[in-house]
Write a protein that binds this ligand. Structure first.
Ligand code: HEM
Length: 233
């Protein structure tokens, strides 16, 4: 539908908005009501599809920020990584919507999923592949600067860029732990604890993996600083 203005773009849809955003294609990506096993398939699909879109943006921004970092440009990389942090946050808060299903309604939605599981999410797979590369670039820059982590953290003013990059990495690690924690709770609330997922994973396994860290050294340095402070301050 168009509201009067002349359309200048090519594509499907009556208005430039629909043609540019590709709303026809986008809104055809969910099953129609006559295909549903249960009406909450729409809620379930919209939540997952929008998470995949936010993670698609996150992956693109990590790729671009890696290129900046390899070129020695920390500030523009940080600007893009702030977006990544937000994308993870949106994915986390969207889990609230899944808790609007009753556990019994979800059991019926689940029958439509086959062996479909978040383990095979392209968005999360891309994040798992790329986030460690951020750590590699950071530690290479730290070494090139001739610094240890303790020296960086006790001499922030002299190495502001590197310090802010370290903090961004820990922000991302913390955001992903926040997602895992929230996901685990949503899963436990929906299907319970002593049960298995659509790919056979016991729910307690995803509970146990909540504290996985991409950058353990950046967490460990906090303990080292506490010990150091006890010794010298
Ligand atoms: C009612 C909602 C949900 C339930 C009951 C659920 C359940 C599960 C279960 C049981 C697993 C373990 C693997 C298996 O399936 O056997 C799992 C893993 C996973 N799920 Fe979900 N999930 C839900 C929503 C979501 C959403 C919205 C996402 C976001 C795209 C997601 C992403 C993942 C990922 C990435 C994993 C792999 C574990 C990890 O990387 O920590 N899940 N989910």
């Amino acid at each position: 539908m168009s509201h009067g203005a002349e359309q200048v773009l090519e594509g499907r849809g009556g208005s430039d908005y629909e043609r540019y955003i590709r709303t026809d294609e986008l809104l055809a990506l969910q099953k129609a009501p006559d295909e549903w096993l249960h009406r909450d398939e729409l809620l379930f699909t919209v939540t997952h599809q929008s998470s995949e879109l936010w993670l698609k943006l996150a992956i693109a921004e990590i790729g671009e920020s890696l290129a900046y970092l390899r070129d020695g440009r920390v500030q523009p990389a940080l600007r893009l990584l702030a977006r990544v942090r937000m994308c993870i946050g949106f994915t986390t808060s969207q889990l609230d919507m899944l808790e609007q299903m009753t556990p019994w309604d979800y059991q019926q939605v689940r029958k439509a999923l086959g062996h479909g599981s978040g383990f095979d999410s392209p968005g999360f797979a891309g994040m798992r592949a790329l986030i460690p590369e951020l750590g590699e670039v950071f530690f290479a820059r730290l070494e090139a600067a001739g610094l240890t982590l303790v020296e960086l953290f006790t001499g922030v003013e002299a190495n502001e860029d590197l310090y802010q990059l370290a903090e961004m990495l820990i922000d991302l690690d913390e955001a992903l732990m926040g997602w895992r924690d929230r996901h685990f709770k949503a899963v436990e609330r929906t299907i319970g604890f002593n049960v298995r997922g659509t790919q056979g994973t016991p729910v307690e396994v995803i509970g146990a993996l909540r504290d996985r860290k991409f950058f353990p050294a950046l967490w460990d340095v906090r303990s080292t600083l506490t010990d150091l402070a006890d010794d010298i301050l």
